[in-house]
Design a binder for this molecule. Structure first.
Ligand SMILES: Nc1nc2c(c(=O)[nH]1)N[C@@H](CN(C=O)c1ccc(C(=O)N[C@@H](CCC(=O)O)C(=O)O)cc1)CN2
Length: 294
C-alpha cells in the first residue's frame, strides 16, 4: 500500500482564502479591521519563523498585525505588563504569546493573564474550560486544523478509534476533546470519535497504536512511531515538527508508515500550516465577538 498524502499546505491555503473573504465582507459591512498582536520573547530561530509567517498570513488575509519583540532577559513582571497593555488596547482583537518562552519565565502565569476574549490561541483557563464543557469560544488552532484536515479530505471519523499520542496542553488534550465531541457541541467540528490518549509512559504503546483507525502523533520525538506499529490502512496525522540535523521530521517514520497507512500527513507541509490558518479564523472571530456580532 502507498498512502495518500494529505496536503495540509493546500488545505491551509484554502482556509486562509476563506478567512480573507470573510474578513473583507466583515470590513465592507463596517466591521473593524481585525488586529492580531504577537509577543515574541527572545530569538529562538523556529519561533522567529512562525511569528513571521503569522504576520505574513495576517497581511494577506487583510488582518492587521503587531509584533512585540522582547529581549530574552525580560522579567516575568515586564512580560505581564506588556500582555496587560495589549489586553487594554481597544485596537487589539487577538493576542498570542509565542511559545516556548525562554527559561526562567513561567509560561502558565503569563498565559493566565491574556484576556480570554483576545485569547486566539485558546490557551487561557476560561477558554480551555469552555472547550471541556463543549461550548468553546475559540477552538485551539492545531487541533482545529487537524479536524479541518480530516473533514476536508473526507476521512470518516465518527465511531472510529483515534489514538492521540501525546498529552500536551497545546495539542494532545484539546485534540482528544475535539475528536470525542458529540454532535451539537464544539460547533460543526464535533467528530464523534472514540479516543484514546496514549503517551511515552503508556504500557504497550505499540499495541495501543496498532488498535487505532486514526493516529494523531504529537509526542515530540523524531520518527518514534514506526510503520510496524500501524494497523494496515490506518490514517496517520503527524503533528510533530522535529529538527534533526538540517532535516525536518515528524513524530512518525514517514517512509515506513507510508507503506502501511492509507493516508498520511507529510512534515513539512502537513499539520503545521493549518495552525496558522486557524489562528486567522480565531482573530476574525475575536473582532466579531467584541461587537457581539459573531
Ligand atoms: N503561541 C503559540 N505558540 C506555539 C504554537 C501555537 O499554536 N501558539 N504552536 C507551535 C509553533 N507554531 C505556531 O506558533 C507553528 C509551528 C509550525 C508551523 C508550520 O507551518 N510548520 C511548517 C514547517 C516550518 C519550518 O520550516 O519550521 C510545516 O509543518 O510545514 C506553523 C506554526 C509552538 N508554539
Amino acid at each position: 500500500m502507498t498512502a495518500r498524502i494529505l496536503d495540509g499546505k493546500a488545505i491551509a491555503a484554502e482556509i486562509r482564502g476563506e478567512t480573507a473573504q470573510q474578513t473583507a465582507d466583515w470590513v465592507a459591512k463596517g466591521g473593524k479591521q481585525p488586529c492580531l498582536a504577537a509577543v515574541l520573547v527572545g530569538s529562538d530561530p523556529a519561533s522567529e519563523v512562525y511569528v513571521r509567517n503569522k504576520q505574513r498570513a495576517c497581511e494577506r488575509a487583510g488582518i492587521d498585525s503587531q509584533l512585540h519583540r522582547l529581549d530574552a532577559s525580560t522579567s516575568q513582571a515586564e512580560l505581564i505588563a506588556v500582555v496587560e497593555r495589549l489586553n487594554n488596547d481597544p485596537h487589539v482583537d487577538g493576542i498570542l504569546v509565542q511559545l516556548p518562552l525562554p527559561a526562567g519565565l513561567d509560561e502558565r502565569e503569563i498565559l493566565d493573564v491574556v484576556d480570554p476574549m483576545k485569547d486566539v490561541d485558546a490557551f487561557s483557563p476560561e477558554n480551555v474550560g469552555l472547550l471541556v464543557q463543549g461550548r468553546p469560544r475559540f477552538l485551539p488552532c492545531t487541533p482545529h486544523g487537524v479536524v479541518q484536515l480530516l473533514k476536508r479530505c473526507q476521512i470518516p471519523v465518527p465511531g472510529k478509534h483515534v489514538v492521540v499520542i501525546g498529552r500536551s496542553d497545546i495539542v494532545g488534550k484539546p485534540m482528544a476533546l475535539l475528536l470525542a465531541a458529540r454532535d451539537g457541541t464544539c460547533g460543526p467540528e464535533a467528530a464523534n470519535a472514540t479516543v484514546t490518549i496514549a503517551h511515552s509512559q503508556s504500557d504497550d504503546l505499540e499495541g495501543i497504536v496498532r488498535s487505532g483507525d486514526i493516529i494523531v502523533a504529537a509526542v515530540g520525538r523524531p520518527e518514534m512511531v514506526r510503520g510496524s506499529w500501524l494497523k494496515p490502512g490506518a490514517v496517520v496525522i503527524d503533528v510533530g515538527i522535529n529538527r534533526v540535523g538540517d532535516r525536518l521530521v515528524g513524530d512518525v517514520h514517514f517512509e515506513e508508515a507510508s507503506a502501511v497507512a492509507s493516508a498520511i500527513t507529510p512534515v513539512p507541509g502537513g499539520v503545521g500550516p493549518l495552525t496558522i490558518a486557524m489562528l486567522l479564523q480565531n482573530t476574525l472571530m475575536a473582532a466579531k465577538l467584541k461587537t457581539g456580532k459573531a
